[in-house]
Design a binder for this molecule. Sequence first.
Ligand code: PFF
Length: 457
Amino acid sequence: MSTEKRVTFGSKLGVVLATVGCAVGLGNIWRFPYMTGINGGAAFLLIYFICILFLGLPVMLTEFFIGRKSRRNAAGVFKVMAPGTKWSIIGYNGVFAAFFILGFYAVVSGWTLEYIFQALSGSLNGKSAEEFQQDFTLFSGSIIRPILWTFLFIGMTHIIIVSGVKKGIERASKIMMPVLFLILIILCVRSVTLPNAHLGLDFLFKPDFSKINSSVILSAMGQAFFSLSIGMGCLITYSSYFVKDTNLQKTALQVTFLDTLVAILAGIMIFPAVFSFGIEPTAGPELVFITLPNVFNQLPLGNIWSLIFFILLGVAALTSTISLHEVATAYMHEEYKMIRSRAALIVSLGILILGIFSSLSMGILKEYTIFGLTFFEFLDYITAKVMLPLGGMLICIYVGFRVDRKILKAELTNEGTVPFYFFNTYVFFMKYIAPIAIGLIFLNELGLIQKIQELVA
Ligand code: PFF
């Protein structure tokens, strides 16, 4: 496929918003608070920040470099840049990761539809915190309903994907992202003015360093990769649609900043309410769904607020499911020369099958575990904590050691037209710090570092 003919996003603003749309999603508003909750609060947040800055940013920039330079899908790029080598494994890892993430992400996205429905029917009104919790457990563990919502959500993603990059992805992101931001701020204000709100803020911002252990570090790294959508070629695919004069450095900074900001706002929205309503911060995946309806109940016209919120959460999820779907669809469309709609259909059916199993694993299939994890938890674990960091590590090693520095610099500075003051620092981080840090975190989690220490002692 020639560079010139490939579709691109329509404008620079479109580029930023679509990429923010890809990064901002359930990862920020659903996964971030519950991960922070089960990993001890502020200490997790601190490590998360470190991972964003020192691992996330360099990997993101490196993905932008690869995508815009080669203008191919996540797997195809390595056929262009490193023909006849095994580097395309990075792309395959990404395509599989996209399937696996969608396998549980689509289920949670479906939950947002249930809550939209409940807000419309008025059934969120006047319930106690316990009732919200019971209702959620009953709903998520049931058989038909969550699967139907998952099906519907995949259907919506499918329609946008077949209607094309520019019309679908860009338009949806442009309108909805700013509105989501606004409503988050309003909900933060309500949450911090609840009784005992300060306990939640302490939990989020006052670190207890004794909480840090290898699993917390791995979780924080996984969350950083998941939230920024890096390590699986999603941003390679998106940046392959960037217009030619996009400032890659600025875009990486903007996307990282906005993504992190949304996560923090979500934390400020959730934790004061969690403590105010006596909910356990360690509740897990249900945290947002059992906490927020309480906040809405405290607002005048609570139903309307919950309706708007869950619609926006659904849209934020949609702009991310689109990006995940696109990774797999673009791969099949371009590498197997399949027509786009057929590629999309195969991807949608694949996700649907995974989605059915992960939804059922919240209920009747709960007892069937893989390494002690339910299917839903397994898909989450294997992607966020293994595939994405591994992909990120390989991307950095590939570009760090295989790509000519001059080519790298030319692309990242738009042929010398934008300055890159920290180029050498970036290269150092990408080449050494990121791969070594990710490698060490893996080894530590596997318990290998401890074994080595024992051997040496
Ligand atoms: N970053 C998205 C979120 O925070 O919800 C999830 C995601 C999208 C992960 C795309 C990976 C990806 F490639």
